[in-house]
Design a protein around this ligand. Structure first.
Ligand code: AGP
Length: 598
């Protein structure tokens, strides 16, 4: 979703900002803009375009080598994808420019007030309302700092802004909701949406909290509490650089690189000692098992929501814990049910998903303790959690999440089995799966999956059936394929088939069945038999072939982690089918990696 990147230092700012925006590309965007303050002429030069930054070079954009500026990648919310709506936006007198991440929820009323005061609007964005509001505040405020502060306090919704003034070597950024971090480099400062964007420059970071303002002026950086208007102390933390690599490393796309990386990332996710797990294990044991009344909820959205479902499944199935999965964006009916005895486990790759953060806030208000399994270091969800765990998968750049899902669910399996004293067994199960994946990927040309992708690419409707441990895999498998093939893939519990879904099965309709050698195998085979009897094209995703399968995909042995292993064929099908269809696997249409607005 939108990305902010501000730079002040010794280097050519345009070059640094373009590089930073490219490193933010993975979040998803449809237009971009760069504004550079030429301090000699006291002018701001602004370039904004729709589409991708591509190979744009700073020299072609600007004839200045200024060392201060800001940039933005926009994922349209209010107003179409046009050059005019792209950020940053100039103030009327061009004395400053402003960009925003988020949504100004009260923009309509603010806009009407400003129009009645004579302000004119050039774009259709909610962001331009903030620009005009700052202009209005400047009429009475003593300086830009105060005008921005006053304007910011009038906004509702989750929004983070960055402002560049044409003089004073001056950048102001304020956070509420959408992420903001400061990178402290060698005689340079970067104010950005995430630490990945400047990981090539520095690992020294200041985390900005909601309602905090960063002000860089004439070489000095200060942090303020916006509501109190008080200066705050800053704390610089050092992040682990190994977690921030963003290279394709010889692969054609980030997606296939990240799929193949699962041979070791799932194992990384379970490298927690019992001492490190014990605070959460103790809490769950005390409050939610052994007669405790506390519930365990798991929560997330999209793929992370499915990981949350799988973690709840593991907790119920293996540890007899009363665990319920919640969708972050459907929390209303649960709001009043949370108690201080409950534990909410939040699952997120980015740690910045607005829906998930809001769900955590609801639970926190009721005194519920928050645990989280997040991939991005220093992210918001981690900071607001009582029990913090990282999935340690390294940067996941492809919009479609793969390695984060398998890492988070592997961690969930570790948690569930550790609750019943099977910590070592859990680690062995994941390690074995990791080794099986190593052999699976070794020299594999994926010809079977490529053939299937080729065979099915012109179909429009597909179904995926799963049961028990493989139910979530059917949902996540279908989501993965939808996201990058743009085909209608639907995951169902196999049990649902006879209750309605079977009406959709026609001659040749492709139906996948995910089958482990477990107590549900017979039911799964019956479901595929019923599909086949109605002319459907059955694809068995299983350990061994069966006469009921029209096509067979052999799965990787995972034992208790079968549900994790079984997602990998679907990741591969989605990748190879997207290539067949000429789609971009890394940047699917309409999607953003980090969904920081509701
Ligand atoms: C995954 O493929 C998706 N792009 C999306 O569903 C994602 O999982 C969801 O938006 C949640 O993101 P998070 O893990 O960063 O919280």
């Amino acid at each position: 979703m939108c990305g902010i990147f501000g730079y002040a230092g010794r280097d050519n700012a345009a070059e640094r900002i373009i590089n930073g925006l490219k490193r933010l590309e993975y979040r998803g965007y449809d237009s971009w803009g760069v504004a550079i303050a030429d301090l000699d002429s006291e002018q701001i030069n602004l370039v904004k375009h729709t589409g991708k930054i591509g190979e744009v070079s700073s020299e072609k954009l600007f004839d200045t080598t200024s060392t201060i500026g800001i940039g933005h990648t926009r994922w349209a919310t209010h107003g179409g994808v046009t050059d005019t709506n792209a950020h940053p936006h100039y103030s009327t007198d061009k004395s400053f420019v402003l960009a925003q991440n988020g949504i100004v929820e009260n923009y309509q009323e603010l806009k009407s007030e400003l129009i009645s005061k004579g302000y004119e609007f050039i774009s259709q964005t909610d962001t331009e309302v903030i620009v005009r509001l700052v202009e209005e505040e400047l009429k009475t405020a003593q300086d830009l700092h105060e005008a921005v502060r006053q304007a910011f306090l009038k906004l509702t919704g989750r929004n983070t802004i960055i402002v560049l003034e044409k003089k004073n070597s001056h950048i102001i950024a304020v956070r509420n909701g959408s992420p903001l971090v400061i990178g402290i480099g060698n005689e340079e400062i970067i104010i950005a949406s995430d630490t990945l964007s400047f990981a090539d420059r520095t690992n020294k970071v200041i985390l900005v909290e909601n309602y905090q303002m960063v002000e860089y002026k004439n070489g000095e950086t200060k942090l303020f509490d916006v509501k109190e208007n008080a200066e705050l102390k800053t704390e610089i933390i050092e992040l682990d650089q190994a977690d921030t690599k963003v290279e394709k490393e010889g692969f054609d796309h980030f997606m296939i690189k990240e799929i193949v990386e699962q041979r070791y990332t799932i194992n990384e996710a379970v490298q927690y000692t019992l001492d490190e797990l014990n605070p959460l294990l103790g809490r769950i044991k005390e409050k939610s098992s052994k007669g405790g009344q506390g519930k365990v909820y798991t929560v997330g959205a999209g793929t992370a929501g499915f990981a949350a479902m799988q973690i709840a499944f593991f907790l119920r199935k293996h540890a007899n814990v009363n665990a319920t999965e919640l969708k972050a964006y459907e929390m209303e009916s649960y709001k009043n049910l949370f108690t201080p005895e409950d534990t909410l486990i939040a699952v997120s790759q980015s740690g910045e998903t607005a829906d998930t953060i809001e769900a955590i806030e609801f639970a926190k208000e009721k005194g519920t303790k928050i645990a989280s399994i997040v991939n991005m270091l220093g992210s918001t969800i981690t900071r607001i959690s009582d029990y913090k765990y990282f999935s340690r998968s390294g940067a996941e750049i492809c919009v479609a999440s793969t390695k984060a899902f398998t890492a988070q669910t592997a961690w969930g399996l570790l948690l569930a089995l550790s609750l019943i004293g099977k910590y070592e067994e859990a680690k062995k199960v994941v390690k074995d799966l990791s080794q099986n994946l190593e052999s699976f990927f070794e020299g594999n040309d994926f010809s079977n999956i490529k053939n299937l992708a080729k065979k099915l690419k012109d179909q429009e409707h597909f179904f995926v059936l799963g049961k028990g441990q493989n139910f979530v895999a059917s949902l996540e498998g279908a989501l993965k394929i939808k996201e990058i093939t743009y085909k209608h893939f639907e995951g169902f519990a196999a049990g649902e088939l006879k209750h309605g879904v079977i009406a959709l099965i026609d001659q040749g309709t492709p139906v996948f069945g995910i089958i482990s050698n477990d107590e549900n195998k017979a039911d799964m085979l019956s479901a595929l038999a019923e599909v086949k009897a109605r002319g459907g094209f059955t694809i068995g995703v299983a350990k061994e072939n069966n006469e009921l399968f029209d096509f067979f995909i052999e799965t990787i042995e995972g034992h208790e982690a079968d549900s994790i292993a079984n997602i990998i064929p679907f990741q591969l099908i989605s990748y190879f089918m997207a290539l067949q269809l000429g789609n971009s696997p890394d940047k699917p249409r309409n999607l953003a990696k980090s969904v920081t607005v509701k």
